[in-house]
Design a protein around this ligand. Structure first.
Ligand code: DX5
Ligand code: ZN
Length: 224
């Protein structure tokens, strides 16, 4: 598998917006349309007010294609469930920094890397950037949420670009190499704002899977 770096511009269609009755076909459609990674949103009904899918779905997507699987855990006790997502084929596992996720953030990030998987850390719109600073040298990706997590199809919060800019500045200052991902309300109109701020991984659910022409939508998000 390709060794993706933060200098790569990566579009990650979010399966949450796909037709769950045709997961294999939808995955192929995303990849054939130019999607680089698949973004898989895991929601437990506790950390967020919605329930999506679990490790079995990750395994299904993994079985259909060897595309890079970007697994976003919006769950309590990600440390407890971690081994199941590793076994299911995750390539990146992102956990939340908020106390409501109820885990030892540093220990979970270390456990993800020890399992041979890339480690991501996410922060919600209401969470101050300072909360992730102690962990920046332990991560492969920082995920700046651009909506309150839980549902697809919400409006992009442009204010979050200040966090993206800080993350990029600190990365340069400290000689780090984490990806910067944005998630929520990313479409052909908001993607340029994200790219200009320094984000290189653009998650897009509704704007890709629900587009009339998915390939054109992915290209437009990429800025082509
Ligand atoms: C939101 C999820 C997102 C969601 C994005 O809680 O983390 O990944 O799928 O959906 P859109 O792109 O429709 O805003
Ligand atoms: Zn997500």
């Amino acid at each position: 598998m390709k060794n993706w770096t933060y200098q790569d511009l990566i579009v990650a269609p979010s399966l949450l917006a796909a037709d769950f009755g045709r997961v294999a076909e939808e995955t192929s459609r995303a990849i054939n349309s130019g999607g680089d990674w698949m973004h898989l949103d895991i929601m437990d009904g506790n950390f967020v007010d919605n329930i999506s899918f679990g490790p079995a779905m990750v395994e299904t997507v993994h079985a259909t294609n060897d595309v890079f699987l970007d697994v976003h855990l919006m769950i309590q006790r990600p440390d407890h469930y971690l081994p199941r997502f590793v076994a299911a084929g995750a390539d990146m596992i992102t956990v939340h920094v908020e106390p409501e996720a109820t885990h030892d953030v540093g220990a979970t990030l270390a456990a993800i890397r020890a399992a041979g998987v890339k480690a991501g850390l996410a922060l919600n719109p209401a969470t101050a950037f300072e909360s992730v600073v102690p962990f920046l040298d332990q991560i492969d990706m920082l995920l700046c949420m651009t909506v309150v997590p839980g549902f697809g199809g919400q409006s992009f919060m442009g204010d979050m670009m200040a966090k993206v800019e800080r993350a990029a500045a600190i990365r340069a200052e400290k000689g780090l190499s984490y990806h910067i991902e944005v998630d929520g309300g990313v479409d052909p109109d908001t993607a340029p704002i994200c790219r200009a701020a320094g984000a290189n991984v653009l998650v897009a659910g509704s704007s890709t899977f629900k587009a009339a022409d998915m390939k054109a939508a992915v290209s437009a998000i990429r800025g082509e």
